[in-house]
Every structure is written in structure tokens, then in C-alpha cells.
Ligand binder design. Sequence first.
Ligand code: RB5
Length: 142
Amino acid sequence: MKIAIGSDHGGFELKQLLVKKLAGLGHEVNDLGCDSAASVDYPDFAEQVCVQVLDATVECGILVCGTGLGMSMAANKYRGIRAAVCHNEYTARMSRAHNDANILCLGDRVLGKGLAEGIVEVWLTTSFTGGRHQQRIDKFSG
Ligand code: RB5
């Protein structure tokens, strides 16, 4: 799968770990930064990942900041983006199955590394259910 990933300084460490993990699993990963733990502004990295998701350069995106919250707020400003902050494997599964999330947002300061990896694995392997869930998505996707 082609995946774009980005973080700010608060998510840098987890982003680095996920880049390695995903590449090791055979995914094609576009690491759009940041490139160090120096302070940066998360909307700049949210934008880069959203652009690649919206122009179909990649199939989906992952954004990491301290909490996942800023990244999700910034990403959801882009029409066509459905960014979901997930804290466990259940929310990861439901964000794909019911909400067809195309960007996963994670909080490096909230999640343990093992849990974060589990969330990513579930999120990448769960399909959208469609049907009544598509109808609901259509109601906020004008
Ligand atoms: C950075 O300190 C922090 O505010 C950011 O990573 C994120 O948690 C914002 O929502």
C-alpha cells in the first residue's frame, strides 16, 4: 500500500518508528517530515499529507503529533479528508469500517509504541463497510 506519513516534533519519534515498521511490512511510505525533534507547526505537515491523499498519490495517510488532536483538526479542514484520532484498536477498526477514514491521527504522548503499532495494523487492514455508512458520510461531504 502507498502511505503518506507526517508529524510535528511531538510525534517525530513515533513517526520514525512507524516509517521503519511500515517499510519493513512492504508498504511504500512517503515520509513528508518533519525531520527532527525541533519545534515545527503541525498544520504544515497535515497539509502535505492531505494533498497526497486528495490527489491519489497515496491510498491513505498517517499523521502524528503529541495528542493527534491538532493534526486531525488541521486535516479535517480539507474537503474530502476524513481524519480520525484513534486511541485503541476498536476506534481504529470503526473509523475505517463506518467512517471510511482516509487519514489516521495518532498521539505520540498518549499512546505506547506497541499500542500505536497495533492501531496502525488494524486501521490498514480494515475495509469500509459502505451501505448506510456511505449515506451518512455523503451528508457531510458536500
Ligand atoms: C506540540 O507541543 C503539540 O501541541 C502538538 O504536537 C499537538 O499535540 C497538537 O495538537
